[in-house]
Design a protein around this ligand. Sequence first.
Ligand code: ATP
Ligand code: MG
Length: 597
Amino acid sequence: MRLSQMLFVTLREDPAEAEIPSHKLLLRAGYMRRIASGVYAYLPLLWRVLTKISEIVRDELNATGAQECLLPQLQPSELWKESGRWDTYTKAEGIMFSLIDRREQEMGLGPTHEEVITAIARDMIRSYRQLPLNLYQIQTKFRDEIRSRFGLMRGREFIMKDAYSFHADEDSLKQTYNDMYTAYSNILQRCGLEFRAVDADSGAIGGSGSTEFMVLAEAGEDEVLYTEDGQYAANIEKAISLPADVVPSTFNTYEKLETPNTPTIQTLADFLECSPTQIVKNVLYQVTYDNSHQVLVLISIRGDQDVNDTKLQNELSKLADRYGASTVITLEVPDEAAQGKWAAKPLPLGYIAPDLSDDYVQSGVKNLEPKFLRLVDETAVELKDFITGSNESGYHTVGGNWNQEYALPERVVDVREAQVGDRAVHDPEQILQSARGIEIGHIFQLGQKYSKAMGATYTAESGEELPLWMGCYGVGVSRLAQAAVEQSYDKDGIIWPIAIAPYQAIVVVPNIGDDAQMKAAEQLYADLNAAGVETLLDDRDERAGVKFKDADLVGIPFRIVTGRSLKNGKVEVVKRATQDAQDIALSEVVSTLLSWM
Ligand code: ATP
Ligand code: MG
């Protein structure tokens, strides 16, 4: 392609709408344009990148025996009502765009395709002989994300590869899951990305396993905890560790002490000259279920530990039944405004005890459970002679014990957040380290949730009619493109990994008025393309400096300049990643580049 004929527009300044380097660079280099919040036009250069990623994804999926298809983006509400997700997705969470068509039918734009694929499996899979089966598609997904941001990282319209597998039993599901694990590792390796596969949260669906593939980058929204020995890596939402040892308490009589200005663990530990491990901290949360029911949750946890919101949400999902609900919609620490809606009197914030009276909750508030749900984390259960609040500002109690001064809360849970510096469970010598990651892929053993809800069964060898086992596997294709940039750029612009660069080479003519330069460039351009090196020709009527800047910004791996050395029958070849330049004889350019690719 000749730049003189391309839609090629670069910007010198960082666009105000972009916050992270990859977003700025993709806009500046003319790869994309924002059309609405979280909605982008993928321009020709970006489309080539996306096509290359898609080809690598296809290649690796096909190698596992998966088959490509294309499912409708417009989906009838009936299917989502069968799985029980319509109201959650369109109203409670509100992530699904929905509409009513001229036939008065409710439809949604697909954020994901479990319902559609399960309906197909229900119709078409009859017998164990048809199993296992793995279908995938590469398609635009729609999600009305609350916080769409960072360009392609979190769009409201984005490209995903999603695959769904069907099995007669759990072993077969595990085998495909492992095959997909390998395929995903290959995909990321071939795309030239540095990544880590990490244990991930399977959320309310449960299921026996899920792995996220994280591209490591500072701008990542996720935190990964890992050990140096390579034996353990997990999303912090899911990570486990050994908590620090408890320092035994020396307060062996129970009493209430005046502890002025000690609303935080640190101020309290300093005042009492004790270890935070001897304190029982009591944290208040407010959970909203999918039927609008709200519950106030009081969690007692060891003072040096924090509550992991994801783990807590999973625990609260298990209790949804109790409140006639099926899933948690939001979980938050109630701020002053939220407290104002239900508190009967001002809460002793910073001084709350595990036995905070239910009198603090007004009765008769619509949709609100009038009693605290009391939970205790495993770390706090073990404590003896502990320090905790007194439900009175400026006072704490010391020397307290469960089942003596304080009733043990009704449910013991594990909601502690693993922290950097904790000892690893598999080997206490290993200390957890932290890194930031961008979630590019997620593979998931779904189990029988959708097949049971939607009645997707098959006839087993024994003649029995059984629900199908399912797995699902996603790759964020457009997110991957931007993650590659986030991992590989410098002050001059993008440095594409060769495998997904829009073009591999660019021939730059410093002066298009010079016939010798143009002639050599045309010849190289033709020869390189003929040899399979995807090559651009910068034949624009621009200054050489502008052309070099643009080539660096756009990030083409190899730049060939038909400049001064031409009189010796040579051209300058520059590697974008290192800016390493060398003069190479015209006749050797093609073979040299091929050897570098
Ligand atoms: P996240 O936690 O980042 O919202 P998710 O758990 O909702 O991701 P999945 O539903 O598993 O993601 O989707 C599969 C893949 O699609 C993700 O691993 C991610 O790479 C990509 N993806 C998800 N949401 C978006 C989005 N809004 N924009 C771009 N890519 C996305
Ligand atoms: Mg999401």
